[in-house]
Design a protein around this ligand. Sequence first.
Ligand code: KG4
Ligand code: ZN
Length: 354
Amino acid sequence: MSLTILGIESSCDDTAAAILRRDGARVAILSNAVSSQTDLHAAFGGVVPELAARAHAEMLDVVVEQAVAEAGVPLAEIDAIAVTAGPGLIGGVLSGVMAAKGLAMGLGKPLIGVNHLAGHALTPHLTDDLSFPYLLLLVSGGHCQFLRVDGVEAFVRLGGTIDDAPGEAFDKVARLLGLPQPGGPSVEQAARDGDAKRFQLPRPLLDRPGCDLSFSGLKTAVLRVRDGLIADQGGLAEQDRADLCAGFQKAVADVLAEKSRRALAVSDVTAFAVAGGVAANRTLRARLQSVTDLPFAAPPLALCTDNAAMIAYAGMLAFEGGRSDDMTLAARPRWPLDADAAPMIGSGKKGAKA
Ligand code: KG4
Ligand code: ZN
């Protein structure tokens, strides 16, 4: 049986559209178009929701056309339209939901509202064929949580950040040290020549049981060390930056590795996966892989960061399970995957994330 799904994503700062097709057991990504707003927000040090929403509204048609052209599949051959209906910045989510409703109505095709976090969480099921239940560590600029993925629409959150997301901390540390944005890649590069042991940095929440995380204190500790160095020597040398980046990166990896070990110990899963932009970090990937003998999956970067292929896939699985939405589908700024988990305190610079 063949099934072709158009996915649409606009919950943060990427406008994306993708087409996936299932033929029997095989699912192929026929196209995966993304238009990033990084340059638009660069001068503001974070995503400006109003600018983001307008840019999404302008780019949605363009990325859908691009996805259709790349896939070589006419819109008439699309069987259903999946769209991120939350959580995220409400203006962006609304733009995507409106565009998807227009397409669904115009083409006379079913509409499926997808939880953005479910998209991330189901990606290793697509890329590495992981079977349920598996543990997912989602680490990006806006998200940080441990999810046990029990099935297509069954998730248990085992813990998450109580303040910043790790990508947010990487970005702030880069800013503190005068390194370019996005901070993750520049901190990783600077850390290559650094001595991770030179500065004592905290390992937040390691002394407390459970799988919750915190990154705000670590970032403040980097700020204090930086200010101390500037007071003592009048500025930062290249080596100081490298050592601070290496120390910070090691602290993040230590904390995520130990909390992953704890999450694995209580989750009774068959595999461990990591997703989100921070999963691009090589030191971190290696550390996470080393915490378990279970199969380990880290999807390719284009599917780790925000994209519409993951939305199309989550929509495809939901649709195959018999779920679709009607024109009352609402855009939701908050939408926890695990409705039974206590709400997290932190939100992250990219908007409230469940
Ligand atoms: O998933 P993503 O593209 O967007 C969302 O946050 O939703 O993640 C972007 C985040 C940024 O904070 C960026 O600094 C971080 O991922 N990042 C990295 C690396 N590459 C990107 N963090 C650490 N190491 C990297 N190599
Ligand atoms: Zn995301």
